[in-house]
Design a protein around this ligand. Structure first.
Ligand code: FA5
Length: 357
């Protein structure tokens, strides 16, 4: 009998294999031990080959011995493989774990104060059943000027006031006010119309503490039967109270706008001194320069020419409109002295005002 097939030799081959598997500290080391103890050149493989050279009666006996050893070796190999895989998986979980608590704190954002105040104004009107309307910022001159009854030579159309869109003659401008949304609303909606239109507008104004070439306005338009100036006053007082608190008063002074007749400038009683600074002996007030009033926007009764341009019968319908600066509204509300704060993108400003604007 080949020495390879002796019980002692087979047992020592098995023990050597089991010891090598136990000593393998990684799946790579186990793969190497497997080649050495289970591969073609291993003792067990050679013993299996040697069985063929045995005389018949001994073959079965030797085959059984080899099988017992081979099964023990492969069972030990499988058991060690499972152990090493579990160890590896646990190690990967620990080594590759992400500790989310070590991320740097993320800066907290806020809505821009102009967005907040614009929504707040819109809410006041939506609560009264009005709708919110929008229009494009790149607007056709017809909507921005012609339909609003601006004459062909009105100074507002000049380069010093209006930003024109190239090519010259395109008829497109950056809208200089939100009033073109009045025209769009009248042309596209059924009467009566009650719309509030907040939006960004552009003018060729130099940037200073109270003027910006881009700023925000909110427009209001109501066209219905029997609308009078009294409705305009009541609506503006309601808005002023919602924005500046109970007891605030508005004042209208005669003015001129091509699209309203009569037209008025809308003043707000100073929300800080409530007009007291203009009284004899009153404390001086920085906010209104002791005039007691501050200019907020323009307003008036919709000019019949505008109604006609939009296909509305001025004999049956009348309306009022108003438009005020949202930047100014915020400046009054919070005593902000420089409009540039809205446009410089300083997060501290946005965070301080964004939620409560
Ligand atoms: C108008 O723009 C009219 N469309 C308002 C109107 C609407 C009148 C409906 C009648 C009926 P005005 O040019 O006065 O009007 O501007 C209105 C408000 O916008 C001003 O009172 C001011 O609050 C604000 N405003 C004007 N120019 C600037 C600017 N460069 N920067 C910031 N706010 C401005």
């Amino acid at each position: 009998m080949s020495d390879l097939l002796s019980p002692a030799s087979l047992e020592s081959a098995r023990d050597a294999a089991l010891a090598a598997f136990a000593a393998a500290g990684s799946l790579d080391a186990l793969a190497a031990a497997r080649t050495a103890h289970v591969g073609d050149r291993s003792l067990v493989a050679q013993a299996r080959k040697a069985i063929g050279g045995l005389p018949g009666p001994e073959k079965a006996e030797a085959g059984k011995r080899v099988n017992v050893v081979a099964q023990a070796v492969s069972a030990a190999l499988e058991a060690r493989r499972v152990e090493l895989e579990v160890e590896r998986d646990e190690r990967v979980l620990v080594e590759e774990a992400v500790d989310v608590t070590v991320l740097p704190p993320r800066p907290v954002g806020a809505r821009h104060p102009l967005t907040t105040v614009s929504d707040r104004v819109a809410d006041v009107f939506v609560a009264m059943g009005w709708e919110v309307a929008e229009g494009p910022e790149v607007e056709h001159e017809w909507f921005n000027f012609d339909a609003l009854n601006f004459g062909g030579d009105h100074p507002a159309r000049e380069m010093q006031d209006t930003l024109f869109v190239e090519p010259a003659g395109s008829g497109l401008v950056l809208r200089t006010h939100t009033s073109p949304v009045q025209v769009r609303s009248l042309l596209t909606r059924e009467l009566p119309v009650y719309v509030v239109c907040p939006g960004r507008v552009y003018r060729a104004d130099a940037l200073d503490a109270t003027h910006s070439p881009v700023f925000a306005q909110v427009e209001g338009l109501c066209v219905d039967e029997g609308i009078t100036m009294a409705h305009l006053r009541g609506t503006l007082d309601h808005l002023a109270t919602a924005m500046f608190g109970e007891g605030i008063t508005t004042r209208i002074r005669p003015n001129y706008f091509p699209f309203t007749e009569p037209s008025a400038e809308l003043d707000l009683q100073c929300f800080r001194c409530r007009g007291a600074s203009a009284e004899p002996g009153g404390e001086p007030c920085r906010v209104c320069s002791s005039e007691g009033w501050i200019e907020w926007g323009g307003c008036g009764m919709v000019n019949p020419a505008v109604l006609r341009a939009c296909g509305v019968d001025p004999e049956r319908y009348s309306g009022f409109a108003f438009g005020m600066g949202l930047d100014r509204t915020l400046m009054f509300r919070h005593g902000i002295t420089d409009i540039r704060d809205f446009y410089e993108g300083d997060q501290r400003f946005t965070l301080a005002l964004g939620q409560e604007a």
